[in-house]
Design a protein around this ligand. Sequence first.
Ligand SMILES: C[S@@+](CC[C@H](N)C(=O)[O-])C[C@H]1O[C@@H](n2cnc3c(N)ncnc32)[C@H](O)[C@@H]1O
Length: 256
Amino acid sequence: MTDARMTTTGADWPAWQESWDRQQEWYMPDREERFRIMLDMVEALVGPAPRVLDLACGTGSITARLLARFPDAVSTGVDLDPALLAIAEGTFAGDERVRLVTADLKDPDWPTRLPYDSYDAVLTATALHWLHSEPLAVLYGRIAELVRDGGVFLNADHMIDETTPRINAAERAQRHARMEQAKRDGALDWAEWWQVAAQDPALAGPTAERFEIYGEHADGDMPSVAWHARVLREKGFTEARPVWSSPSDTLLLALK
Ligand SMILES: C[S@@+](CC[C@H](N)C(=O)[O-])C[C@H]1O[C@@H](n2cnc3c(N)ncnc32)[C@H](O)[C@@H]1O
Protein backbone atom coordinates (compact mmCIF):
# COMPACT_ATOMS: atom_id res chain seq x y z
CA MET A 1 0.00 0.00 0.00
CA THR A 2 1.24 3.53 -0.75
CA ASP A 3 1.78 6.07 2.02
CA ALA A 4 -0.52 8.46 0.16
CA ARG A 5 -3.38 6.01 0.33
CA MET A 6 -2.84 5.46 4.07
CA THR A 7 -2.78 9.22 4.68
CA THR A 8 -5.84 9.94 2.58
CA THR A 9 -8.08 7.25 3.99
CA GLY A 10 -6.69 6.19 7.35
CA ALA A 11 -7.25 2.47 6.88
CA ASP A 12 -5.38 -0.46 5.44
CA TRP A 13 -7.66 -1.12 2.45
CA PRO A 14 -5.59 -3.94 0.91
CA ALA A 15 -5.78 -5.74 4.26
CA TRP A 16 -9.56 -5.28 4.30
CA GLN A 17 -9.80 -6.67 0.76
CA GLU A 18 -7.74 -9.66 1.83
CA SER A 19 -9.83 -10.21 4.92
CA TRP A 20 -13.10 -9.93 2.92
CA ASP A 21 -11.81 -12.50 0.41
CA ARG A 22 -10.91 -14.95 3.21
CA GLN A 23 -14.35 -14.53 4.79
CA GLN A 24 -16.14 -15.09 1.45
CA GLU A 25 -13.93 -18.09 0.67
CA TRP A 26 -15.03 -19.65 3.92
CA TYR A 27 -18.45 -19.99 2.23
CA MET A 28 -17.11 -20.62 -1.30
CA PRO A 29 -13.67 -22.25 -1.52
CA ASP A 30 -13.91 -22.11 -5.35
CA ARG A 31 -14.71 -18.38 -5.46
CA GLU A 32 -11.57 -17.47 -7.44
CA GLU A 33 -12.32 -20.08 -10.06
CA ARG A 34 -15.81 -18.60 -10.47
CA PHE A 35 -14.29 -15.15 -11.03
CA ARG A 36 -11.76 -16.56 -13.50
CA ILE A 37 -14.44 -18.25 -15.64
CA MET A 38 -16.61 -15.13 -15.41
CA LEU A 39 -13.78 -13.05 -16.91
CA ASP A 40 -13.00 -15.77 -19.48
CA MET A 41 -16.60 -15.45 -20.71
CA VAL A 42 -16.40 -11.63 -20.74
CA GLU A 43 -13.29 -11.87 -22.93
CA ALA A 44 -14.87 -14.50 -25.20
CA LEU A 45 -18.07 -12.54 -25.83
CA VAL A 46 -17.26 -8.82 -25.52
CA GLY A 47 -13.45 -8.66 -25.68
CA PRO A 48 -10.62 -7.48 -23.42
CA ALA A 49 -11.61 -3.79 -22.97
CA PRO A 50 -15.22 -3.92 -21.76
CA ARG A 51 -17.35 -1.33 -20.01
CA VAL A 52 -18.57 -3.28 -16.99
CA LEU A 53 -21.26 -2.81 -14.38
CA ASP A 54 -20.18 -4.59 -11.15
CA LEU A 55 -23.63 -5.13 -9.69
CA ALA A 56 -23.86 -5.35 -5.86
CA CYS A 57 -20.10 -4.85 -5.97
CA GLY A 58 -19.41 -4.93 -2.23
CA THR A 59 -15.70 -4.15 -1.85
CA GLY A 60 -15.28 -4.31 -5.66
CA SER A 61 -14.04 -7.90 -5.85
CA ILE A 62 -15.05 -8.33 -9.50
CA THR A 63 -13.74 -4.88 -10.49
CA ALA A 64 -10.33 -5.58 -8.94
CA ARG A 65 -9.95 -8.84 -10.86
CA LEU A 66 -11.33 -7.27 -14.05
CA LEU A 67 -8.78 -4.42 -14.02
CA ALA A 68 -5.89 -6.71 -13.06
CA ARG A 69 -6.63 -8.88 -16.11
CA PHE A 70 -7.93 -6.22 -18.55
CA PRO A 71 -6.19 -2.88 -17.83
CA ASP A 72 -8.23 -1.13 -20.58
CA ALA A 73 -11.58 -2.05 -19.02
CA VAL A 74 -13.72 0.46 -17.11
CA SER A 75 -16.08 -0.40 -14.28
CA THR A 76 -19.04 1.06 -12.43
CA GLY A 77 -19.60 -0.53 -9.02
CA VAL A 78 -23.07 -0.21 -7.51
CA ASP A 79 -24.02 -1.25 -3.98
CA LEU A 80 -26.02 -0.08 -0.97
CA ASP A 81 -23.65 -1.06 1.85
CA PRO A 82 -21.75 2.01 3.09
CA ALA A 83 -19.01 -0.02 4.79
CA LEU A 84 -18.23 -2.26 1.82
CA LEU A 85 -18.40 0.77 -0.46
CA ALA A 86 -15.93 2.57 1.85
CA ILE A 87 -13.47 -0.29 1.32
CA ALA A 88 -14.08 -0.08 -2.44
CA GLU A 89 -13.59 3.70 -2.41
CA GLY A 90 -10.33 3.36 -0.47
CA THR A 91 -9.13 0.63 -2.82
CA PHE A 92 -9.86 2.41 -6.10
CA ALA A 93 -9.19 6.01 -4.99
CA GLY A 94 -7.64 7.94 -7.88
CA ASP A 95 -8.34 5.20 -10.46
CA GLU A 96 -10.15 6.98 -13.30
CA ARG A 97 -11.45 3.66 -14.65
CA VAL A 98 -13.70 3.08 -11.64
CA ARG A 99 -16.90 4.84 -10.58
CA LEU A 100 -18.76 3.80 -7.43
CA VAL A 101 -22.46 4.44 -6.99
CA THR A 102 -24.70 4.04 -3.94
CA ALA A 103 -28.10 2.64 -4.87
CA ASP A 104 -30.73 0.14 -3.74
CA LEU A 105 -31.26 -2.44 -6.51
CA LYS A 106 -34.85 -2.83 -5.29
CA ASP A 107 -35.48 0.80 -6.22
CA PRO A 108 -36.77 0.65 -9.83
CA ASP A 109 -35.00 3.93 -10.64
CA TRP A 110 -31.50 2.80 -9.60
CA PRO A 111 -30.15 2.86 -13.21
CA THR A 112 -30.68 6.64 -13.35
CA ARG A 113 -27.75 6.96 -10.90
CA LEU A 114 -25.29 5.28 -13.25
CA PRO A 115 -22.72 7.28 -15.25
CA TYR A 116 -23.54 5.34 -18.48
CA ASP A 117 -26.82 4.14 -19.95
CA SER A 118 -25.34 1.05 -21.59
CA TYR A 119 -22.77 -1.64 -20.67
CA ASP A 120 -20.91 -4.41 -22.49
CA ALA A 121 -21.17 -6.64 -19.42
CA VAL A 122 -23.12 -6.65 -16.17
CA LEU A 123 -21.37 -8.93 -13.66
CA THR A 124 -22.50 -10.01 -10.21
CA ALA A 125 -21.48 -12.59 -7.60
CA THR A 126 -22.93 -13.89 -4.33
CA ALA A 127 -25.45 -11.08 -4.17
CA LEU A 128 -28.75 -11.53 -5.98
CA HIS A 129 -29.83 -14.32 -3.60
CA TRP A 130 -30.53 -11.43 -1.20
CA LEU A 131 -33.56 -10.56 -3.36
CA HIS A 132 -36.85 -12.45 -3.54
CA SER A 133 -37.97 -13.69 -6.97
CA GLU A 134 -40.43 -10.87 -7.67
CA PRO A 135 -37.99 -7.95 -7.19
CA LEU A 136 -35.28 -10.07 -8.84
CA ALA A 137 -37.42 -10.45 -11.98
CA VAL A 138 -37.92 -6.66 -12.04
CA LEU A 139 -34.16 -6.20 -11.61
CA TYR A 140 -33.53 -8.58 -14.53
CA GLY A 141 -35.72 -6.32 -16.69
CA ARG A 142 -33.57 -3.31 -15.75
CA ILE A 143 -30.37 -5.26 -16.45
CA ALA A 144 -31.68 -6.32 -19.88
CA GLU A 145 -32.21 -2.63 -20.69
CA LEU A 146 -28.66 -1.73 -19.58
CA VAL A 147 -26.81 -4.45 -21.52
CA ARG A 148 -26.11 -3.49 -25.14
CA ASP A 149 -27.09 -5.86 -27.95
CA GLY A 150 -24.38 -8.53 -28.07
CA GLY A 151 -23.47 -7.79 -24.45
CA VAL A 152 -23.61 -10.17 -21.51
CA PHE A 153 -24.94 -10.63 -17.99
CA LEU A 154 -23.14 -13.06 -15.69
CA ASN A 155 -24.51 -14.06 -12.30
CA ALA A 156 -22.51 -16.34 -9.97
CA ASP A 157 -24.69 -17.38 -7.03
CA HIS A 158 -26.41 -20.08 -5.04
CA MET A 159 -29.32 -21.33 -7.18
CA ILE A 160 -31.34 -24.17 -5.68
CA ASP A 161 -32.74 -27.07 -7.69
CA GLU A 162 -35.78 -28.22 -5.69
CA THR A 163 -36.03 -31.42 -7.75
CA THR A 164 -32.82 -32.85 -6.17
CA PRO A 165 -33.47 -32.69 -2.41
CA ARG A 166 -31.23 -35.61 -1.39
CA ILE A 167 -28.29 -34.37 -3.44
CA ASN A 168 -28.82 -30.87 -2.01
CA ALA A 169 -28.91 -32.18 1.57
CA ALA A 170 -25.76 -34.28 1.16
CA GLU A 171 -23.85 -31.45 -0.51
CA ARG A 172 -24.98 -29.01 2.18
CA ALA A 173 -23.99 -31.34 5.03
CA GLN A 174 -20.52 -31.83 3.57
CA ARG A 175 -20.05 -28.10 2.91
CA HIS A 176 -21.12 -27.19 6.43
CA ALA A 177 -18.87 -29.83 8.01
CA ARG A 178 -15.92 -28.35 6.09
CA MET A 179 -16.90 -24.84 7.16
CA GLU A 180 -17.02 -25.92 10.80
CA GLN A 181 -13.54 -27.40 10.47
CA ALA A 182 -12.24 -24.20 8.83
CA LYS A 183 -13.78 -22.24 11.69
CA ARG A 184 -12.00 -24.37 14.25
CA ASP A 185 -8.83 -23.52 12.27
CA GLY A 186 -9.52 -19.80 12.71
CA ALA A 187 -11.70 -18.69 9.75
CA LEU A 188 -14.03 -15.72 10.41
CA ASP A 189 -17.68 -16.05 9.49
CA TRP A 190 -19.92 -13.18 8.30
CA ALA A 191 -21.00 -12.03 11.79
CA GLU A 192 -17.47 -12.19 13.21
CA TRP A 193 -16.07 -10.31 10.22
CA TRP A 194 -18.50 -7.47 10.82
CA GLN A 195 -17.56 -7.35 14.51
CA VAL A 196 -13.92 -6.84 13.49
CA ALA A 197 -14.93 -4.20 10.90
CA ALA A 198 -16.76 -2.24 13.60
CA GLN A 199 -13.45 -1.96 15.52
CA ASP A 200 -11.72 -0.05 12.69
CA PRO A 201 -12.28 3.70 13.22
CA ALA A 202 -12.60 4.17 9.43
CA LEU A 203 -15.39 1.56 9.22
CA ALA A 204 -17.21 1.86 12.57
CA GLY A 205 -19.67 4.53 11.37
CA PRO A 206 -20.52 2.94 8.00
CA THR A 207 -20.77 -0.48 9.67
CA ALA A 208 -23.36 0.79 12.15
CA GLU A 209 -25.21 2.36 9.22
CA ARG A 210 -25.20 -0.86 7.17
CA PHE A 211 -26.81 -2.79 10.04
CA GLU A 212 -29.55 -0.16 10.14
CA ILE A 213 -30.11 -0.70 6.40
CA TYR A 214 -29.93 -4.50 6.24
CA GLY A 215 -30.23 -5.94 9.75
CA GLU A 216 -28.18 -9.11 10.32
CA HIS A 217 -28.69 -10.65 6.88
CA ALA A 218 -31.27 -10.76 4.09
CA ASP A 219 -31.95 -13.92 2.15
CA GLY A 220 -34.30 -14.25 -0.81
CA ASP A 221 -35.70 -17.52 -2.12
CA MET A 222 -32.76 -18.57 -4.36
CA PRO A 223 -34.66 -19.95 -7.35
CA SER A 224 -33.29 -22.59 -9.72
CA VAL A 225 -30.96 -22.12 -12.68
CA ALA A 226 -33.97 -22.84 -14.93
CA TRP A 227 -35.92 -19.98 -13.32
CA HIS A 228 -33.04 -17.52 -13.82
CA ALA A 229 -32.54 -18.57 -17.46
CA ARG A 230 -36.26 -18.39 -18.25
CA VAL A 231 -36.78 -14.96 -16.67
CA LEU A 232 -33.67 -13.54 -18.35
CA ARG A 233 -34.99 -14.70 -21.74
CA GLU A 234 -38.42 -13.22 -20.98
CA LYS A 235 -36.76 -9.90 -20.12
CA GLY A 236 -34.85 -9.64 -23.42
CA PHE A 237 -31.78 -11.89 -23.39
CA THR A 238 -31.64 -14.29 -26.35
CA GLU A 239 -29.50 -17.06 -24.84
CA ALA A 240 -28.98 -18.07 -21.21
CA ARG A 241 -27.28 -21.09 -19.65
CA PRO A 242 -24.78 -22.08 -16.96
CA VAL A 243 -21.13 -21.85 -18.00
CA TRP A 244 -19.75 -23.25 -14.74
CA SER A 245 -21.08 -24.88 -11.62
CA SER A 246 -19.85 -26.37 -8.38
CA PRO A 247 -21.91 -28.66 -6.13
CA SER A 248 -23.44 -25.54 -4.51
CA ASP A 249 -23.09 -22.64 -6.95
CA THR A 250 -23.76 -21.74 -10.57
CA LEU A 251 -22.33 -19.18 -12.96
CA LEU A 252 -25.12 -18.28 -15.37
CA LEU A 253 -24.39 -16.42 -18.62
CA ALA A 254 -27.07 -14.52 -20.52
CA LEU A 255 -26.35 -13.03 -23.95
CA LYS A 256 -28.40 -10.20 -25.39
C1 LIG B 1 -21.87 -11.15 -0.17
S1 LIG B 1 -21.70 -9.57 -0.88
C2 LIG B 1 -20.86 -9.91 -2.41
C3 LIG B 1 -20.05 -8.73 -2.89
C4 LIG B 1 -19.15 -9.01 -4.10
N1 LIG B 1 -19.93 -9.23 -5.30
C5 LIG B 1 -18.22 -10.18 -3.85
O1 LIG B 1 -18.39 -11.22 -4.47
O2 LIG B 1 -17.32 -10.03 -3.02
C6 LIG B 1 -23.37 -9.17 -1.37
C7 LIG B 1 -23.51 -7.71 -1.76
O3 LIG B 1 -24.84 -7.47 -2.29
C8 LIG B 1 -25.21 -6.17 -1.89
N2 LIG B 1 -26.66 -6.00 -1.97
C9 LIG B 1 -27.59 -6.84 -1.47
N3 LIG B 1 -28.83 -6.33 -1.69
C10 LIG B 1 -28.65 -5.14 -2.33
C11 LIG B 1 -29.55 -4.14 -2.81
N4 LIG B 1 -30.88 -4.25 -2.65
N5 LIG B 1 -29.02 -3.05 -3.41
C12 LIG B 1 -27.68 -2.92 -3.56
N6 LIG B 1 -26.78 -3.84 -3.14
C13 LIG B 1 -27.27 -4.94 -2.53
C14 LIG B 1 -24.70 -6.10 -0.45
O4 LIG B 1 -24.64 -4.78 0.02
C15 LIG B 1 -23.34 -6.76 -0.59
O5 LIG B 1 -22.34 -5.84 -0.90
